[in-house]
Design a protein around this ligand. Structure first.
Ligand code: ZN
Length: 154
């Protein structure tokens, strides 16, 4: 697959089949993804190493994340992780979301394991830890959401 390398599929070839399937499902059918207008965007992050871009919009209601949407382009890992992030954090309180973001980023950095406190789908990114250059692809949407939350709930 010659075009694969650019899209991160070379990494994915190395992952367990089950995890590949989960990642590809999120990549091909991203959850909570839509085109965002500039004035809706709360956080915008780019990963120049890979050409990835993630833009986040969110809305709080009664202290919970009532709405979370992303827009972006880039490799399969970056886009799949953004989709997983929106599913994981939607409906959570701001405090719960900050905890989950921290747990995820620490897991991606290898500072802890992917444990039961992270959803099954998210654990599909475990294998990406073997590729340090790809870790940013997986974490950028989560970091971006942290910035968005800081604006919504300073
Ligand atoms: Zn990437």
């Amino acid at each position: 697959m010659p075009s694969g390398k650019r899209n991160g599929f070379s990494v994915m070839d190395d992952l367990d089949q089950l995890y590949q399937d989960i990642l590809m499902d999120h990549y091909k059918h991203p959850r909570n993804r839509e085109v965002l207008c500039d004035d809706e965007v709360l956080a915008d992050e780019e990963n120049p190493l890979c050409g990835d871009q993630i833009r986040i919009s969110a809305r709080l209601q009664d202290g919970r994340i009532a709405e979370i949407r992303f827009d972006g382009k880039g490799c399969a890992i970056s886009q799949a992780s953004a989709s997983m992030m929106t599913e994981t954090l939607k409906g959570k309180t701001v405090e719960e979301a900050h905890t989950l973001i921290e747990q995820f980023i620490r897991a991606m950095r290898g500072e802890r394991d992917f444990a039961d406190d992270l959803p099954d789908d998210v654990r599909a990114l475990n294998g990406v830890r073997k590729y340090p250059i790809r870790i940013k692809c997986a974490t950028m949407s989560w970091r971006s959401m942290r910035h968005a939350l800081a604006k919504l709930s300073p």
